[in-house]
Unconditional design. Structure first.
Length: 290
């Protein structure tokens, strides 16, 4: 079993981005500028945004973080996005999800200028991705593809099961893996919580991408020997032995599944690191395209 080490891979790619940003600055070109909006005080969201801002600093990006209270109105948030849309110094915009229930995520995503949609969530971005046109690819699926490429994993002709059908991860992941690319050329089954024969499908899979948001959902009896496991999940479960009172686990029962795999991503330290890495690549692409 070999770990797909997102920390190691992302450090390598981020170093390349930092070199390119340094060269841009020396040439008098614009510094990439990422604007992030955080609504409310969800601890996990605060951690994610802080990590993104810190990464910007490390690789030489400019960043702006706007913190809004949990009771911020939808109109106020949309107006903040519109301000960033028209600000020529801002190259990429991200709004940290999830949002408070009184705010429509669909409206928020649709309001972001597609030319600054570095999360790759806008319908135009997703549509272009489906058609294979140049666009911002959703950060998590893009990060997974970058990881598979880094480890030179041969995916052509492999059976793949993607568990989870969200527009952010599962659906774009299934499309990217089925495309005539490298990595890619998989035969993909997009499964979800209502799939009746999930265990049987998984046992036939050479690659499993777990993105269903349920802790330890994929168990050892669902995985065949030598499978490749990509765990997108990051879930908090109670753990009295930890100072925080919880620990992070993925959607895969790592302790029991790992011994059957050829490759597997850890949680944390796997896909999450690659998501941030892909976000930075999209932001660099945004400033170059402009």
């Amino acid at each position: 079993m070999q770990l797909l080490d997102g920390k190691l891979v992302s450090e390598s790619i981020l170093a390349e981005i930092a070199e390119e940003v340094s060269a841009r600055k020396k040439a008098g070109k614009k510094t990439p500028h990422l604007a992030a909006i955080l609504v409310g005080g969800d601890p996990a969201s605060q951690t994610y945004v802080a990590s993104k801002v810190k990464t910007c600093e490390q690789i030489g990006f400019a960043s702006t973080l706007v913190r809004l209270e949990a009771d911020t109105s939808e109109d106020e948030l949309l107006n903040q996005i519109r301000f960033f849309n028209t600000n020529d110094d801002i190259d990429g915009i991200l709004v940290q999800l999830p949002l408070p229930k009184h705010i429509s995520e669909e409206k928020v995503i649709n309001t972001i200028n597609p030319e600054k949609d570095v999360d790759g969530f806008h319908p135009i971005s997703l549509g272009r991705m489906v058609l294979g046109q140049p666009t911002f690819i959703s950060a998590t699926p893009n990060g997974i593809m970058m990881m598979l490429a880094h480890y030179n994993i041969d995916t052509a002709g492999k059976n793949c099961v993607v568990i989870g059908r969200s527009n952010i991860v599962g659906t774009p992941m299934s499309i990217l893996l089925s495309r005539n690319t490298n990595p890619g050329n998989c035969t993909v089954t997009l499964a979800h919580s209502k799939t009746k024969n999930l265990k049987e499908l998984c046992l036939q899979a050479d690659i499993i991408v777990a993105a269903i948001g349920r802790p330890n959902y994929v168990t050892a009896d669902m995985v065949k020997e030598g499978a490749i496991i990509v765990d997108v999940g990051i879930n908090r479960i109670d753990d009295a032995s930890k100072k925080s009172g919880f620990r992070l686990v993925g959607d895969v029962d790592f302790a029991n599944v790992a011994e059957k795999c050829s490759y597997i991503t850890p949680v944390p330290g796997g896909v999450g690191k690659m998501t941030i890495c892909a976000l930075m690549k999209n932001t660099l692409l945004a400033v170059k395209d402009r």
